[in-house]
Design a protein around this ligand. Structure first.
Ligand SMILES: [Zn+2]
Length: 394
């Protein structure tokens, strides 16, 4: 336990795979955990009650989107991101860095930070390590992330090495900002908070982010620089940017030796079931991805027997649920044929119902992983699951 309100405890292991508990000011999370993504203050199309019913324990908000609209100060004045999202459970925000490097135009990176053009109104925006921390303290999530530079997967070694160096420097600056009291007076509303606390007065854990692409030595150097800062948690970044499954496994093979076992480990942006399993087997505890929600909105349902594309004509008169093994709200009340009709008729309930099912599938998938780790059977179980999940894809 790092402080009274935040910490990680390992309960059981199966090889390098860990069953654990993450304690946060907004409650405890059983790990490995999958976090649905609430991009701009909502998990698209579903209410918090539906999220909870679908088994979500912890969710993620995107700093980039929230700082541009409605703005971090506005979120703070509305009571913080937990209040804005009507979500009283654990919450994590990213630093905004990933979206700056993937969405924004006219980026300019320097040792101090990054300036970019907002994709909403074209205005110039600056983001420094200290600002990324300040914004996240105004938002008020339980876990906040350092600003990092995430180069594309095809970047050459020199570019990746420069990103590692810059990200390590930014990690230190983020740590310094996080350890300062937050005290500002903007307009009528004063925001003040002790060191390591949000504008809402709750402890926040700062995670560092390892970079280094597919280069083992750069990954090791990046991890070493972060571990020196003794942060509450560590993330593996710069993957899921097109490097492929084998390269991801190679990167993660070294993780257990590079990041401390007493701290949670978060693999950013990963959500393919085969990648989640490979990462859990290599000691990762936390995941986030838009896959269940984005695919749900596009009429694609995850099942234990493969992905269904509900727009396919063969589902038109199918009275079966999405998955006979699923007890989510959608599977208890709607058939494949009805769901297909809702999508064809462009009814907004269709995306909501398939999102609920997909989120439930991911929660169930993680619970199955927990049980297999506890039983010491993860690798054997995982092989059988993945074969069925990927062989049945439409
Ligand atoms: Zn279902």
């Amino acid at each position: 336990m790092l402080c009274g309100m935040f910490g990680y405890r390992c309960i059981a292991t199966d090889g390098k795979a860990r069953l654990g508990r993450l304690q946060t000011p907004h409650g405890e999370v059983e790990t490995p955990v999958f976090m649905p993504v609430g991009t701009a203050g909502s998990v698209k199309g579903v209410t918090p009650d539906q999220l909870i019913a679908a088994g979500a324990q912890m969710i993620l908000g995107n700093t980039y989107h929230l700082m541009l609209r409605p703005g971090a100060e506005t979120v703070a004045r509305l009571g913080g991101l937990h209040r804005v999202m009507a979500w009283d459970a654990p919450l994590l925000t990213d630093s905004g860095g990933y979206q700056v490097f993937s969405l924004a135009h006219m980026r300019k990176v320097s040792a101090e930070g990054v300036t970019f053009q907002s994709h909403i109104d074209g205005s110039a925006v600056e983001l420094t390590p200290a600002m990324a921390v300040r914004v996240q303290r105004l938002l008020g999530a339980d876990v906040i992330m350092q600003l990092d530079e995430c180069p594309p997967s095809q970047a050459d070694r020199d570019t990746v090495a420069a990103a590692v160096e810059r990200s390590a420097r930014w990690a230190r600056l983020c740590r310094d900002a996080w350890q300062q009291p937050l005290e500002e007076k903007r307009g009528q509303t004063p925001f003040s908070a002790d060191a390591c606390h949000s504008a809402q007065g709750k402890y926040q854990a700062l995670f560092g982010i390892q970079q280094g692409g597919v280069h083992a030595d750069l990954r090791a150097a990046s991890a070493a620089a972060l571990v020196e800062l003794d942060l509450p948690g560590y993330a593996v970044g710069g993957v899921s940017v097109g490097e492929g499954h084998e390269a991801l496994c190679d990167v993660l093979d070294a993780t257990d030796g590079q990041l401390p076992r007493c701290r949670p480990r978060y693999l950013m942006g990963v959500g393919e079931p085969r990648d989640i399993i490979a990462a859990v087997i290599r000691g990762i505890d936390m995941f986030d991805c838009v896959l269940p929600t984005r695919n749900g909105r596009n009429a694609q349902a995850f099942t234990w027997h493969g992905r269904l594309r509900l727009r396919n004509a063969r589902h038109a008169e199918d009275a079966a649920p999405l998955d006979e093994m699923c007890d989510c709200y959608t599977c208890r009340h709607y058939s494949r044929g009805v769901l297909r009709h809702l999508f064809m008729a462009k009814e907004m309930l269709g995306p909501t119902l398939v999102t609920i099912h997909n989120l439930h599938f991911f929660s169930t998938f993680m619970i199955a992983i927990h049980e297999a780790i506890a039983a010491g059977t993860l690798k054997a179980s995982a092989n059988a699951w993945l074969e069925a999940i990927y062989e049945g894809d439409e």
